[in-house]
Structure formats: structure tokens, C-alpha cells
Ligand binder design. Structure first.
Ligand SMILES: Nc1ncnc2c1ncn2[C@@H]1O[C@H](COP(=O)(O)OP(=O)(O)OP(=O)(O)O)[C@@H](O)[C@H]1O
Ligand SMILES: [Mg+2]
Length: 283
């Protein structure tokens, strides 16, 4: 008797994929500005992916699009598509959250209330019980080291502490996708270094897909499992490489010849794109 052939095993869909993305905006003079051009990227698994490119090339546009966040008055993307776990993403996705440089904490809410804020929304109330919400918020405050500041207001916190609140608010939802737009760009070097270490340790506790926009090449090499470089407008992917060395990575590692070459390679791309003033080469 002939054996019945087994169907091929289905490959799981990438966590996030962007296929042939073009984004255009209308300019006031009636012409069109093409910002993103033929961008195809796949993010297969929880990992930290650093996104670099010259100022104004379209990084934030692409990042928002990966979570389904789009301007109300512009068709986004103009063509191509973003999928999350195989489903076309046509609006803000419940498993994707964003963290910005301007941490967007509500000034009228305490630290604890800010971290708990996403649970206000009806959908989350249905998904998570009050007890579970409280325990998740407590756990996040502990992880970001702000337990003793739980009743402070944002105006009573430093920039780094405010960014910790924003990170806790994002991760309290246990997102599959965390989109970070220059989150540590406004912090001093020491605080930025502390926040980088915090992100790595929180990512080990709860792995998710992180796409992280930065202008800082050293930050990209210290944090990234993968580094993606975009060209100047209209942005295309001009480099895309993996870094296998486990995190956290040391200063000594950064000084190694191979890493110095990678550093030069990325800086070279950015300089070629004419963004010399926006390349930060050391932490
Ligand atoms: N809603 C919009 N309507 C029209 N033009 C827009 C809109 N959003 C962005 N742009 C334009 O698209 C381009 C890319 O903007 P974007 O904010 O994505 O760049 P960026 O790479 O994040 O820049 P930066 O490094 O300065 O943060 C810019 O020229 C910007 O003016
Ligand atoms: Mg931006």
C-alpha cells in the first residue's frame, strides 16, 4: 500500500513583515514627496532590531507603520503591506506598543496611575482581571526601580525616571511588538547607559520583538541582534546585518577590530547619505 504523503509543515508567519512598502506624502505645492521606497523587511522572532538612517529619511514613518499607527489623513502605506503574524495590519495593533523620546507621561497622573493607564481601555479590562492588573503594575514598578516613587507625579521625576515610567507603561501590556523611537536620545550618557542595560534585562525576562530607532551607532551595536540602515530620502534598506554576540556587550567587545569595522561601515553609510551632523559615534 502506498504511504499517504504528509502535507508540508506550514512555516509560521513572521512576527512582523513589511512587503514592498512605498510611502508618499502630498507637498503643499501639489507635488508628491516619496519618503519610503520598496522597503521589504521580515522580523521572524523576538529580538532587538536597530534602525538607523539620516535625519528625515522616514524612520519614524516606517516604525509607526509596523504597529499600524498612521496619520488620519494619509493613506499608509501608499502601497505594499505590513503583516503581524500573517494578518494584514490596517490600524493600531493591540499587540504593538510605542515608546517615544518625549515619554508622553500624563502630568496629572501619578507614576503608578501612568503605568496602569493602558488598562483603562475597555478591551484590556476584558482581557485582564483587576487583581492581575494590579500585580502586573507592581511588578513593572519593581523592575524599573520606581516602587518608592509610585505616588510621585511626572514633574517630580528626572528625565531618566520619566523614561522608565514610559517603558513600564509599554511593557505592562506584555506586547509582542515594542516600537521605540529614539527613546533614550534626550538622556545624558550615564542615564542612557543605565536605560540600555534596563531594556536588555527586561527583554531577557519578557522577550518580544523590539524595533528601535536610533542615531547613535554605538547604541545600535551594543543593543542590536540585528542592525538595519536606511538610505536618505526616499529611504531604502542599504544595509542589514546580524550581531551574534550575546548581550550585554562590554566596552572591550566594542573596541575589538571586527566591531570597529562594523562601526565604520555604518558610519560610512550615514556619511554617504549626507547626515554627518546626526551621527553620534560614542556613548
Ligand atoms: N503626515 C505627514 N505629512 C506630510 N509629510 C510627512 C508626514 N509625516 C512625515 N512627513 C515627512 O516625511 C519625511 C520623513 O519623516 P520621519 O519623521 O519619518 O523621518 P525620520 O527619519 O524619523 O526623521 P528624524 O531622524 O528627524 O526623526 C519628512 O520629510 C517629513 O516631513
Ligand atoms: Mg523620527
Amino acid at each position: 500500500m502506498n504511504a499517504v504523503p504528509k502535507p508540508p509543515l506550514a512555516m509560521p508567519a513572521p512576527l512582523v513583515s513589511a512587503s514592498d512598502i512605498v510611502q508618499e506624502y502630498a507637498k503643499p505645492d501639489g507635488t508628491t514627496l516619496r519618503v519610503l521606497d520598496a522597503i521589504t523587511l521580515k522580523f521572524e522572532r523576538p529580538s532587538i532590531n536597530m534602525l538607523l538612517g539620516p535625519s528625515g529619511c522616514g524612520k519614524s514613518t516606517l516604525l509607526r507603520m509596523l504597529g499600524g499607527v498612521r496619520p488620519w489623513d494619509v493613506k499608509t502605506p501608499t502601497s505594499g503591506r505590513v503583516e503581524i503574524e500573517g494578518a494584514v495590519c490596517e490600524g493600531p495593533h493591540r499587540d504593538a506598543v510605542m515608546v517615544f523620546q518625549q515619554y508622553a507621561n500624563r502630568p496629572d497622573l501619578t507614576v503608578r496611575q501612568n503605568v496602569a493607564y493602558p488598562f483603562q481601555f475597555l478591551e484590556w479590562k476584558r482581557r485582564v482581571s483587576k487583581t492581575e492588573m494590579d500585580s502586573r503594575v507592581d511588578e513593572m514598578l519593581k523592575q524599573v526601580g520606581l516602587e518608592d516613587k509610585h505616588s510621585h507625579f511626572p514633574s517630580q521625576l528626572s528625565g531618566g525616571q520619566n523614561q522608565r515610567v514610559a517603558l513600564a507603561r509599554a511593557l505592562v501590556l506584555r506586547p509582542k511588538v515594542l516600537l521605540m523611537d529614539e527613546p533614550f536620545g534626550a538622556l545624558d550618557a550615564q542615564t542612557r547607559s543605565n536605560m540600555q542595560a534596563l531594556l536588555l534585562s527586561m527583554h531577557k525576562t519578557a522577550p518580544c520583538l523590539v524595533v528601535f530607532v536610533t542615531h547613535d551607532v554605538t547604541e545600535a551595536l551594543l543593543l542590536g541582534d540585528r542592525v538595519i540602515v536606511l538610505s536618505t530620502q526616499p529611504a531604502r534598506v542599504i544595509d542589514d546585518f546580524q550581531i551574534a554576540t550575546p548581550t550585554p556587550r562590554t566596552e572591550g567587545w566594542l573596541q575589538g577590530q571586527e566591531v570597529r569595522q562594523l562601526h565604520e561601515r555604518v558610519v560610512g553609510h550615514l556619511r554617504a547619505a549626507g547626515s554627518r551632523g546626526n551621527v553620534r559615534v560614542s556613548v
